[in-house]
Write a protein that binds this ligand. Sequence first.
Ligand SMILES: CC(C)(COP(=O)(O)OP(=O)(O)OC[C@H]1O[C@@H](n2cnc3c(N)ncnc32)[C@H](O)[C@@H]1OP(=O)(O)O)[C@@H](O)C(=O)NCCC(=O)NCCS
Length: 260
Amino acid sequence: MDNGLIKPIKEINTFHELLETQKKVWGLEDIDVVPTHLLKVVSDEMGPKAVILGYFLDDEIIGFTLTLPTSNPQEVIMHMLAVATDFQRKNVGYNLMLKLRELMLSQNIDKIFWTFDPLESVNANLYLRKLGGIITRHSIDYYGPIESRMHSGFPTDRFIVEWNIRNKHVENRIKDGGKGNCSSSQLNCPYDDSEVQFVEIPLNIQELKKEDISGAIKIRMETRSKFEEIIEKSNYVGLDFIYDKINRKGSYIFKKPLSK
Ligand SMILES: CC(C)(COP(=O)(O)OP(=O)(O)OC[C@H]1O[C@@H](n2cnc3c(N)ncnc32)[C@H](O)[C@@H]1OP(=O)(O)O)[C@@H](O)C(=O)NCCC(=O)NCCS
């Protein structure tokens, strides 16, 4: 979808709407939502590197992202990215991230980083394949327990993604419109199998959590040990993601860089 308007949000009424967006998209309880007063402080007082970007369709807000400065003047953290359920998987997240990159380039930022759940395949697809982000760390139970129903009882393991917004890898991904190297299957990937490691994940972890939480936790534990081994012990980085629609498979591609 490319027909919306993406712009920074400043109005208190729109911040109120974002509370509902957070609850609907992530199933968050009140206690886990970023509140209106904090959004207001971020937008008014934290300078040009703190940005709340909204994707508007007519007057309706269908997606947003919240980005904050860090102690490193060249780096910001993208703390939230959410797209309303009816508009997911239509490039809204991609276009929000491209706009964020444009704004951050103008603020002399080199790197935007964020966290995400390694078992969320749509996020993996967007961040690695379409945007050219790389996974450099894996953290066990990053947020500790979260009360909200989407996360309840499920360990909050996270990847840390780095998006080096000025580097060639990222520029190339954006130039090809987010097609990436491995759009559909392992067979078409340009990677040498002897240099890379693949880790498969399910394409529907949220459904699995609802239907069979102990099965979902088992997948968490199995993939956790693979990610710990590959990233934290062997220093590989996550470079790409394959979304194989035909065989209903999703796989990360990890490769050992010359230096981490
Ligand atoms: C994750 C999220 C921000 C991505 O934004 P989006 O606008 O939906 O993403 P995009 O459409 O730009 O890109 C998604 C890509 O994943 C693909 N995709 C669809 N189903 C998929 C699946 N099951 N697994 C992997 N990729 C999938 C889409 O086809 C699209 O690729 P394409 O453009 O090449 O066709 C958005 O879906 C969202 O807010 N989800 C809410 C849930 C969430 O965030 N969960 C994480 C828990 S913290």
